[in-house]
Design a protein around this ligand. Sequence first.
Ligand SMILES: Cc1ncc(COP(=O)(O)O)c(C=O)c1O
Length: 395
Amino acid sequence: MNYRHLFSSDVPSFMRSPVREIFRKVDLSAICSFAGGYPAAVTFPVEDLRSLPGLVLDKYGTKALQYGATQGVPELREAIAKRYNVPVSMVQITTSSQQGIDVCTRILVDPGDVILTTEPTYLGALQSFKAYRADVRPISSVRPPKPGEVCADAPAPKPHYKFIYVIPDFNNPSGETMSLAEREQIVALARELDIIIVEDSPYREIRYTGEDVPMIRELAPERTLHLGSFSKIFAPGFRLGWIIGPEELLEQIYICKQALDLCPPVFDQYMATEFLTSGALDANLVKTKAEYRRRRDLMVSLLDKYMPEGVKWTYPEGGLFLFLTLPEGVDTIEMYDEALSKGVAYVAGSFFYLDGSHRNTMRLNFSFVAEEKMEPGMKLLGEIVKKRIDGTKTL
Ligand SMILES: Cc1ncc(COP(=O)(O)O)c(C=O)c1O
């Protein structure tokens, strides 16, 4: 049967994730993959999880197996509210922060509306934005007219701005963190345009060096939807996250989520509640941060050792990624097949730019790759990069 004529007009806007395509094509266990964004399995609290299900059943009984409130179970909302020092009414539990991005877009965006983002930006967010046929533009595209500037043609219609999407802490893909001044600029722009900020912060709690910078939510609580996630601080398999935001916005998200999934997974929410309120989450976070700090340091020392001159990289103070910039003319998309065939994977950085530019960049993940593969993988990558740089010199 031909189904094409039956698909909705949204379908052509759906965007495949190049990262997930890599996973589909390659047996990642057979190579050295710096490509994915998976947490290190050693950070999963396997021992706690042996007892948590029994504890949840004893404490909550069959309630833990029943449908639950669309906003999330009260116990988990309260625990998040306490952790972030906000009223419970400002907390919505989500089926992961990916759903958080999606529902925020769904309640705010009509086809053609403009979402502003910093670049490079998270691919999964772009997938949601495109699915709702948003017009996604870099923040730099908002340019106030210069004094005295005259427009010869009829002025272009004013874009219908809806929100600014940012990942202020340990950005995926760049690993960088926004300074307070940069956050204040985002808030000032949102106030000027009278729009919302979606602050996507799944890595915020994984800071292993440096000082916390205030959340954008703290700077502009009246216009920020702050997205958090249990994926990197508990386990992504539970698919749990949260949104903190103004009640009026959460009310629309609440109605929207009724149609999406009725409620977030109830048993998992009770496990997360117990994990959080018992102090086990914070104890595990100490180990998690130590693990990622060690891995970041290892990757940085390997980059120092194996990358040829002219290659630069970011130095993340938290999170799971760092971002490489190679000399102009080296194309990481073109280089990719060679890297893969030799046994090393990365994600080309241009996928994280709206116009596909910055083809000389790449994202490297240091949380997932088996540690013993890191040195041979980086050595290989260094050789491939060097060969390409030498090739551009002889052109
Ligand atoms: C910036 C960012 N936002 C959201 C997500 C989605 O996380 P989850 O849906 O597992 O909470 C990710 C996952 O890697 C991410 O990097």
